[in-house]
Unconditional design. Structure first.
Ligand code: SF4
Ligand code: SF4
Length: 444
């Protein structure tokens, strides 16, 4: 169906930055021609089949509130918060509706006016504001789960006596390689051979605390490909969780901190190996557009951000010599595929590894139900989507699933365990690093 706007107007609306003018209808609403082509891409619509839980339904609802035809009832708030902000609808939309921009504005209102249910407000206040941005607190929070994992591995008969919910919770935590030792990454990691680029790595909150091996592998792979990797100590949380749940001012504070830290490190490129973080870093220009001290710097910073697979595909990367003989399913993380348009590059990285048979999953671009802390705020829908994704992985016959986001990795890890599926969940750079190391052993 054709848009009601001219091509020039559509482009202007699509590229529009910043909040709506007071009293004016955000032009992003006008690009929606209500065709419904986005519905079949929407995970909540696929599961529930209800218009109110489709992108088009949510746009109707938000517009009705903005135009004063509807109040924020608990039901209306529920439909908005059941959205995963996966942005699959943006990929499917032929009119280029900037859906996440509308959703985030609605959530700023829900947050500011305290319209969410008390349980959600408590969870957000605790998880988002007091836990996630602080590495040491996150480490303490994950300690008991890691301990549980270790008990399961070493004395499974004792672990079986523990309450089922505890064992289920521990399922989020990955099994680490036995020889892995936790450490804080050095601030400077020199390139092997001639330096081609100076790269800054966003270590990430969950990535640092839960997936230390992924960060270590990222640094080694980049060094091997001629990059000096700076990991500035002054960096912090990217602010994704805050931005997606309506705490925009807090997200801005994190953005300013990261800008200062990476500017001081003097890097050519800023790399993220967590899709959710990378997508947020790429939006710092928009986030800080109304801050005169940071607007220009934020736009320049955002233009330097790349997912690690994007950078490796551009370098181009040194071909690994070691083999990984396995069928590997690739799961598109929403904030990589829909948020950043990065689909081919991680597949190219994986396909460069000798022995890997790469398979795509049915419904590959449907969210796995992780979405930040959605699995805590909306556990029922999260579990349905987890089961749906794991069933596709099981059907693919793969024994490894690769994906570029820690939230998806944890969700798949737990889902496989719940389904009794023997599955390794790996980041593409981990597999590349493994292939490099296997190649070194062969030649030494
Ligand atoms: S968001 Fe896009 S695809 Fe969905 S109803 Fe509106 S115009 Fe159609
Ligand atoms: S962002 Fe995802 S869950 Fe939300 S409306 Fe769009 S497709 Fe549906």
């Amino acid at each position: 169906m054709a848009s009601i706007l001219s091509t020039a107007e559509q482009t202007a609306v699509r590229d529009r930055k910043g909040p709506a003018l007071p009293g004016a209808l955000d032009p992003a609403f006008l690009t929606c021609v209500h065709c419904g082509l986005c519905s079949s891409a929407c995970p909540t619509y696929l599961e529930l089949g209800s218009e109110a839980d489709s992108p088009r339904g949510r746009i109707h609802l938000m517009r009705a509130v903005v135009e004063g035809r509807l109040e924020w009832t608990p039901e209306a708030v529920g439909h908005i918060d059941l959205c995963l902000e996966c942005r699959a609808c943006e990929t499917a939309c032929p009119s280029g509706v900037n859906y996440h921009h509308l959703l985030e504005q609605a959530r700023v209102e829900l947050e500011g006016k305290g319209l969410r249910p008390a349980r959600t407000r408590r969870l957000l206040a605790w998880m988002r504001d007091r836990l996630f941005p602080y590495r040491s607190r996150l480490e303490w929070a994950f300690m008991p789960l890691r301990l549980l994992r270790a008990v399961e591995r070493l004395v499974p008969q004792v672990a079986r006596l523990l309450p089922a919910f505890l064992r289920d919770l521990a399922g989020f935590v990955p099994r680490l390689p036995p020889a892995f030792r936790w450490r804080r990454l050095p601030e400077e990691n020199p390139a092997q051979g001639t330096e081609r680029l100076r790269v800054g790595l966003l270590a990430g909150c969950v990535q640092s605390v839960v997936y230390g091996p992924v960060n270590e592998a990222t640094v080694r792979v980049l060094q091997r490909n001629g990059c000096t990797v700076a990991v500035p100590r002054a960096q912090g949380c990217c602010g994704a969780l805050h931005q997606h749940t309506g705490a925009r001012e807090k997200a801005k504070a994190f953005a300013r901190r990261n800008l200062d830290a990476f500017e001081a490190a003097g890097v050519d490129v800023v790399v993220a190996n967590a899709a959710g973080c990378g997508s947020t870093l790429k939006e710092y220009g928009e986030l800080l557009a109304d801050d005169p001290a940071y607007a220009g710097r934020a736009a320049a910073f955002a233009a330097k951000v790349k997912d690690v697979s994007e950078l490796l595909a551009e370098l181009p990367l040194e071909a690994p010599e070691g083999r990984i003989q396995a069928r590997v399913a690739y799961h598109d993380a929403c904030h990589l595929a829909h948020g950043q348009g990065v689909r081919e590059q991680p597949r190219r990285v994986l396909a460069s590894i000798p022995g890997i048979e790469l398979v795509d999953l049915p419904e590959g671009e449907v969210c796995c139900g992780s979405a930040g802390i959605y699995n805590l705020t909306e556990p029922a829908m999260s579990r349905r989507l987890q089961q749906r994704k794991v069933a596709h992985v099981a059907g693919s016959g793969a024994r490894i699933v690769a994906t570029g986001n820690p939230g998806c990795m944890m969700q798949l890890e737990q889902g496989a365990r719940r389904a009794g599926l023997e599955l390794q969940v790996r980041h593409p750079v981990e597999l590349l690093d493994e292939a490099y190391r296997a190649g070194e052993k062969r030649t030494s």
